[in-house]
Ligand binder design. Sequence first.
Ligand SMILES: [Cu+2]
Length: 157
Amino acid sequence: MDSIKYGRRVSALFISLVSVLLAATQCCNAAQYKVGGDRGWVLGGPNYAAWARQHQIRAGDTLLFQYPPETHYVMQVSQQDFKACVTSRPVLTATGGSNVIRLSRPGTYWFICGVAGHCSAGMKVAIQATGSAATIDELSQTSEYINANPTQFPEHS
Ligand SMILES: [Cu+2]
């Protein structure tokens, strides 16, 4: 009788352990957001600020930038360079027409197109990633992604 009770206690412990693990998995499932929606990363495209406001983006999520590779590309810059559309000192540059960029940590990420005149014409988006930092485990599964960290701010030149 005692051994049966013990067995039940062990399985109850096991079940609660599994539920905790499941909850942890569900809580941190990373989502992917295609920047600009269906139209993607284009000149004269959607209002990227409005697009960003429509999404609750969290640390660990990924952004998909899609664009004609001969026409545009992606730069992560500081807030200062975002405001002034400065393309000379990017934090990160991604080219090739399709980039998946992981927002590794909570914070603000500033992206612009690096082609002259495109940022000031509206190809710029600020992304606020909320939540806690993605675990090392999550990041290590994603070597095919570009892992970005929030841009340091303030920056003085
Ligand atoms: Cu462009």
